[in-house]
Design a protein around this ligand. Sequence first.
Ligand code: PLP
Length: 396
Amino acid sequence: MGNSISRRSLLKRGAILAGGLPFAGSLLDKVQASPLIAKASPADMRYSMPEVWTEREIALGAPVPLKARLFANENPFGPSDKAKKAIEEALPMSYQYPFRSMGSLVDKIAAFEKVDSSSILMASGSSPLLMAAALYYGKPGSNVITGDPSYSDLPSKAERMGCKWIKVPVTADYKLDLDAMEKAIDANTGLVYICNPNNPTATVLDNVKLRAFVERVSKKVMVFVDEAYIDYLDDPQGTTLIPMASSNPNIIVARTFSKLYGFAGLRIGYVVTHPDTIKKLSLYTEASMSISAPTLDAAIASYQDREFLDGALKKTNASKAYLYEVLKKEGYTYVPSSTNFVLFPIKMEGKQFTDEMMKRGVGVRFWKFNNTDFCRVSIGRMDEMEAFAAAFKELS
Ligand SMILES: Cc1ncc(COP(=O)(O)O)c(C=O)c1O
């Protein structure tokens, strides 16, 4: 872990904090099971959100138990009851490799999206597939073009491998600047990454304009369209570029169960693209063999479960409306959101703001662009939004 504290030493610290006892092997299980660790282990926080917990804060002592986990755009209303039941039922057979269920899920998705099963590649979340695309299309000497700010996972991995990351600022209304992104393409461009809706701005592109862009640009380079948040839109089926991707080797559409389906911890996602492109991506990912059998069964049981999805959307929208009111009342503006998170400009330095919020048990993230500090707050349960409001009022 480089200069960071090892997991073992963090657990040891947790043990001392939990009971004032010296670390002993037999204590490990108790420490891991302790509510303090389960709620807000600094080790877990560090793994996922390095800027939320710094080395210094970990050294200072026990983490604040989180009242509101609003930093990872998860869906606290999921997974659905059908998914949970499927997991319970799948457990006894979990000694078997997951071949059994894989085809069923792919066929279900293919039937719903009206594409051939051969154009779908599943993995344990969309992240391994973003990684595969980064490795194949972001080779050293090439470049990857993204919006700025946008989701950094794919380009940052490509950059680590020696690829150049070209960042194109978003427009004044916080949307990806498609014209400028197209102009940035050169002979070395390996991939253009379009996050729609975009994380962290929560904006969605004009669909006609996006389709025309993808049609044109895919004649020159690979276009990767990340639709992680598309399920939050009013018309995902009318918005998705899956129909374009299934027959075009230069378009990849990524989808995930991590957001509206509430599967972030279960891990399942997929891409849709031409089978030739699937062969290329498959060189760089374990793909479906990385998915657990219970997760597969849970995904089959809850895929397109409208009752659950609509319920989660309704609760998300109620929490979002509440958040908008809080921000307006405190004299803040925000970027109207098409997703389960909201970006808004803050009046404090970003790191200081997230630190102060964290001290009050509320985890959020910050961005800095256009010489402005922004907070990105995920939409959680109403009690989490109320905790956000109480902490925010103390700072605003
Ligand atoms: C835009 C975007 N794409 C992909 C992911 C990764 O999702 P997964 O959990 O499927 O790996 C995220 C996660 O936050 C995201 O925001």
